[in-house]
Structures are given as C-alpha cells and as structure tokens.
Write a protein that binds this ligand. Structure first.
Ligand code: COA
Ligand code: AMP
Length: 627
C-alpha cells in the first residue's frame, strides 16, 4: 500500500474529483472562472469546467509576457537537417502568433472553424497551431509522413476553411514535397477549403497556383489580433488517430480541461517549472507533439525545443546528447524506439560520455512499451531516472507514470508505474469483471476520466460510445491489454485490437489490409504486426493469391509496397509481403487474426476449437515470428 504525496493526491482525486481539479484549475487564467467543475448532466459524456471561458493561446503566451517573462526564450528550433538553430522569446513568439492569427482572420477564419495544418517540424507549424487557438478556431494537424489519401480522409471529416502547409519537409535522405501531396489530397477530397497558405522553404520552392497563398505575402497584408474567449468545452483541436477500421478517428480536445490537465502535468509528472528547458523529441503531427512540444511547456512558462532531425545519423549517434548539453536541457521526452536506434549505433554509450549532461534530470519515454532491455541500457548509460509513461492520443496526457514532481516512486522495469491522479485504472475480463493482480485482461479506466481527455469523437458521439464506452459500461476501454501488480503498478503489454505500433507511430492493420486486398492478384490477406528490434513492431502481410494467378513474389511485394506508400504513406514502414497457401479461419470463414497476433507476439496460443484447418497454423507460425 503506497503512502505519501502521491497516495494522498490519488486518493483525493478519486474521492473528490471536483475539489481536486477545481484547485488545479487555479493554475490557469480564466476569462470567466468555472463554477461547474465536473458536469455530469449528459453521462456517459462528462464535461469539465463547462461554464468557464478562457483562451488557450493567452495561457500559452500572453500571460507570460504580461507577467514579465517576455524576454525569456519560449521556443528553440534546432534543425540539424538545415544546420540552423533559431530562438524565439515569449514576446517574439506572441507577436508572430498574433500576426498569423490576423492572416487567418482575414481569410475568414473565426471561432469554431477548422484549419488543417500539414507541415514539417518548422516553427511556423507551432505558430499556426497557436494562431488557431488565439482565434478559437480548431486546428487539425496531419503528420507529414501520411499519404494523400489519408490527408484527404482528414480533410473530408474536419471540413477546414483553410489549410496551412509548407513547400517541403526534410528527411535525412530526401526532400518531401508537400504541395503535390496536398494537391492530390484536394483532388480526392469532396470538401474544398477556401485557401491553402503555403510556407516556402529554401530547400525547395514551388509555384503557387489556384487558391494557394504565400505565407509571407499574406502576413504583409495583415495585422496582429487579440485572443477570442471561448468556452472551456469548445474544441481546441481534432487529432486523427488510427482505429480498427480504415476510417481515422477524430479525437477532440477541449480548451479548458486541456489547459488545466497539461499545466498540472508539466510540474507534477515531468517536474518542469517556468524557466526550465524541456525537449520533447517527437513530431507536432502526433499527440506527444501537441501536448509536450507545444502546449504544456508553454503553459508552464518553460523553454521548449522543437527538433527537426533523427536521433541517429543527423549528424551522428550523439545528436540527442549534444543538444542536451547545448541548451542545458532538464527533461527529454521521446519514444523507446529512438533509444533503441541510438543503442544500436552506440552500444557502449561512447557518444554519451562526450557531452556534459549535468543539467539533465530525467529521460521520459512513451508511445510504445518500454522493454526492460532498453530501460536498463538507458539507465546504465545515462545515469538519470528513465521514466516510462503510458497514454494515448485519446487521453492527451499520461494515464500512468512515475510522477517526478509530485513524488518519485520506485521504478519497476516493464511498468509505467502507477495511475496518475484522475485515472482509476482497472483490469477487466471479457465479461467486465475485475481480474486478480498479476492476471492479464483489458485495461479500462473508470468514468469520468480526468480533464484533458477526449470528450468525444469529432461529429460522432455514437462512434465514441460504441468504440470506447459501451464495451464495459461505466468505463473507458483503452484498447490495451495488461495487468496490475500487488502494488498497483500497471503493466501495459500491447493492444487488444488491430492497431499496431511502429516506431511509436500508431497504425491500423485494417486500413493496410484494405490496400493489400486491392491488388488484383490478392484473394485474401491479413496484416499482422511482427516484432522488430528497432521499431518495436513492423507490419507484415500474409496473402493468398487468386486461383490461377502466377506472379513473382518479389514483383508482388514491390507492387504492394508501392501501393502502401501511396495510399497510407512511408510512415507505415511496410516492406514485407508473404504468399501463403491459406489463412487460419473459423469454419464460418472468419480469419483468426487474434491467433496470428498471439503467435507473432511469442505467446503460446490455444488453437481455437472453431478452426477450419489447424495445419495452416504450423506453416504460418515460423513466418509470423521472424522479421
Ligand atoms: N514526412 C515524410 N516522411 C516521413 C516523415 C515525415 N514527417 N517521418 C517519417 N517519414 C518516413 C521516413 O523517411 C521513412 O521513409 P523511408 O521508408 O523512405 O525511409 C518512413 O517514413 C519511416 O519513418 P520512421 O518510422 O521514422 O523510420 P526511420 O527509419 O526514418 O527512423 C526512428 C526510425 C526510430 C529513428 C524514428 O522513428 C524516430 O526517431 N522515432 C522517434 C520517436 C517518435 O517520433 N515517436 C512519435 C511519438 S512519441
Ligand atoms: P498513440 O495514440 O499514438 O499515442 O498510441 C497509443 C498507444 O501506444 C497505446 O494505446 C499503447 O498501445 C501504446 N503505448 C503508448 N505508451 C505506452 C507505454 N508507455 N507502454 C506501453 N504501451 C504504450
């Protein structure tokens, strides 16, 4: 039984959630303070701070300038890929954001309108996000590694008035041209935005045609604007994430709960105070980027680093440690896959020894399971606590963590430690009954979830209820499986659905299957995540050919890989297609994907009694276990 500051806060958050979060709300500047803290008038859809009003951009920028932090660096843009380092004080960032908000305003964007942001890791991506927040408009950032069809699906769902983009992104080996991808997406999409604002980058300039406007030209013709006050429950952003089906889910984030939870988390979970230097090595296209590159560090008055580069090769395996030394970083947040990539290049940690890491206090890892090998390697080589934290796009901030600001607890390798105040984490069997500690089950969170978590899916309350809330009534079904130990530590072992995690990126095997199945030679297929040393998981397609088709397997693989890059994007890291004589199925014809997944994960799966032909599993088992 845990005692101390954590136990006290956790117990209070459960017994008196309104009191607990009402106090946390004092950390935020409200235009009108909420009197309703937890609104349960429309269960199971709970809302937080429903009669409060505020502006998220004001809390991220203006407030700090007013309180005298204007000359402190707010944002450092570090780009080994362009060889540039650029700093913006709070006052400078505020000026740029207010000015770009003026651009959007001139283009007709008002509170509630959507703006899609399809940009690489440049400061203007953050400026565009905060400019939307300033106007009360709703941004939807789309990761640059997605293909036009994925972008089109998001455009059609979010129906933006304006799209903000750049001429190119940079990968170590190539320039990623954004405009042709956006043009193709706009052709595919039914919804047509009024304008596309494009930032020209030196590395690749493009001709602007049609409704494209040049970022710098439109800036010249606009004036800075002030903040628009919005309701705490109004949406701040929509971030699409992969589900079981091909249709991405639009996770909605509100303004009030988000500001409260993220501000609270920055100190209590990550131990970052105003003036500290914080680096989240992720991408603004993912939730980690939204929460911990952009919003939380700015709410906290910290200095945030935005990094355009990879952990290895740009320029070397010392890239992370060099940056920590250069800017005296206190906390670094990245995904375990980045550490595995560094470990592979520098197993003895020689690069680590070359730099002064005396400012560095904690390494935070999330986005996928932190395997004990990676945990031990990082702990040994870095000599700082390595803190796993478990969360999802849906929650927007950690569900389980070892809270460095609230009260550091003993670390257990393989576990992201304990539930964060506000989250009542339970493990349920398929009937919704609690399982004993140490036993595997479905990880579920008792309702209501704390502020900052998703109130619903964009325009689709029913899909939210069906996918998350009706699975175990009274709970939010996380889609993750795992167990709790006797001390209440959470162990998250993997997804229970068809979502896979490739290099910390969440992807749907269902949408990959749709692409594979559209190849003319394919009769049926299953895409399964198989273990990979660096990326954690990699997708692998098992295909049965149509009868009478004779195709060279290498040609087939190349064709399907090309289709996948075009339909889903390079981020799918899809390289393997294996032709098999059949797939394991039930007698009624359902493919036993769960059994295949279990074999790929190295579990001893009982052969289902409903299987049509068990011998096919013997053929597939070795193929599922190798990469
Ligand atoms: N725009 C366009 N293409 C992109 C892209 C982007 N923003 N991001 C990745 N890609 C491409 C890559 O170029 C690569 O293409 P390729 O097949 O032509 O080589 C492909 O998508 C796969 O990318 P990625 O999974 O990033 O693999 P990688 O081999 O380039 O790098 C890691 C591997 C581990 C170094 C990298 O994934 C990483 O740094 N991860 C850090 C963690 C992270 O960002 N997690 C997110 C949540 S915390
Ligand atoms: P995303 O929504 O892209 O952040 O992906 C969320 C999913 O990543 C979760 O549902 C988990 O499956 C996985 N995940 C994230 N963090 C962790 C962690 N610390 N341990 C285990 N799995 C994690």
């Amino acid at each position: 039984m845990l005692m101390g500051r954590y136990a006290e806060a956790y117990s209070r958050s459960n017994s008196d959630p309104a009191g607990f979060w009402g106090e946390a709300a004092e950390l935020v500047h409200w235009d009108k303070k909420p009197t309703i803290i937890l609104d349960d008038s429309n269960v199971p859809l709970y809302r937080w701070f429903s009669d409060g009003t505020l502006n998220t951009c004001f809390n991220a920028l203006d407030r700090h300038v007013i309180l005298g932090r204007g000359e402190q660096v707010a944002l450092i843009h570090e780009s080994p890929l362009t060889g540039t380092s650029t700093e913006f004080t709070y006052a400078e960032l505020l000026e740029k954001v207010a000015h770009f908000a003026g651009v959007l305003y001139n283009l007709g964007v008002v509170a509630g309108d959507r703006v899609v942001i399809y940009m690489p890791m440049v400061p203007e991506a953050m400026i565009a996000m905060l400019a939307c927040a300033r106007l009360g408009a709703v941004h939807s950032v789309v990761f640059g590694g997605f293909a036009p069809a994925e972008l089109a699906a998001r455009i059609d769902d979010a129906t933006p008035k304006v799209i903000v983009t750049a001429s190119c992104g940079l990968e170590p080996s190539r320039i990623v041209e954004y405009k042709p991808m956006l043009d193709e997406a706009l052709t595919l999409a039914e919804h047509k935005p009024d304008y596309q604002v494009l930032l020209q980058r030196k590395q690749h300039q493009v001709e602007l045609d049609g409704n494209y406007l040049d970022w710098h030209q439109v800036l010249k013709a606009s004036q800075p604007v002030t903040c628009t006050s919005v309701k705490a429950t109004d949406p701040l952003y929509i971030l699409y994430t992969s589900g079981t089906t091909g249709k991405p889910k639009g996770i909605v984030r509100d303004n009030g709960g988000h500001a409260v939870a993220l501000t609270w988390s920055m100190k209590n979970v990550y131990n970052i105070d105003a003036g500290d230097v914080w680096w989240s090595a992720s991408d603004v296209g993912w939730v980690v980027g939204h929460s911990y590159i952009v919003y939380a560090p700015l709410f906290a008055g910290a200095t945030t680093i935005m990094y355009e580069g990879k952990p290895v090769g740009t320029p070397d395996a010392g890239a992370f440690w060099r940056t920590i030394e250069k800017y005296k970083v206190k906390g670094l947040f990245t995904a375990p896959t980045a550490i595995r990539a560094i470990k592979k290049e520098d197993p003895a940690g020689e690069w680590i020894g070359k730099f002064d890491l005396s400012s560095f206090e904690n390494l935070f890892l999330a986005g996928e399971r932190l395997d004990p090998d990676t945990y031990h390697w990082a702990t040994d080589k870095l000599g700082v606590p390595v803190i796993d934290n478990w969360w999802q796009t849906e929650t927007g901030w950690p569900i389980a963590a070892n809270m460095r600001g609230l009260e550091p607890l003993p670390i257990k390798p393989g576990s992201p430690s304990v539930p964060v105040p506000g989250y009542i984490v339970e493990v349920l069997d398929e009937h919704g009954h609690n399982v004993e500690p140490g036993h595997d089950g479905n990880i579920a969170i008792k309702l209501p979830m704390p502020p900052g978590t998703l109130p619903t899916l964009w325009g689709d309350d029913e899909r939210y209820k069906d996918g998350y809330l009706n699975v175990f009534p009274g709970y939010y079904a996380s889609g993750d499986g795992g167990y709790l130990d006797e001390d209440g530590y959470v162990y998250v072992m993997g997804r229970t659905d068809d979502v896979i995690n490739v290099a910390g990126h969440r992807l749907s095997t269902g949408s990959m299957e749709a692409v594979v199945a559209s190849h003319v030679a394919v009769a049926e297929c299953a895409v399964i995540g198989v273990a990979d040393e660096i990326k954690g998981q990699l997708p692998k397609a098992f295909v049965v050919l149509k009868s009478g088709i004779n195709i060279d397997p290498t040609v087939l693989q190349d064709e399907i890989v090309a289709m996948m890059r075009h339909e889903i994007g390079p981020v799918a890291a899809f390289h393997h297609v294996i032709v098999v004589p059949g797939l394991p199925k039930t007698r009624s014809g359902k493919i036993l994907r769960k059994t295949m997944r279990g074999i790929a994960d190295g579990r001893v799966e009982p052969v289902p009694s409903t299987i049509e032909d068990a011998s096919i599993l013997e053929i597939l088992a070795p193929l599922l276990r190798t990469n």
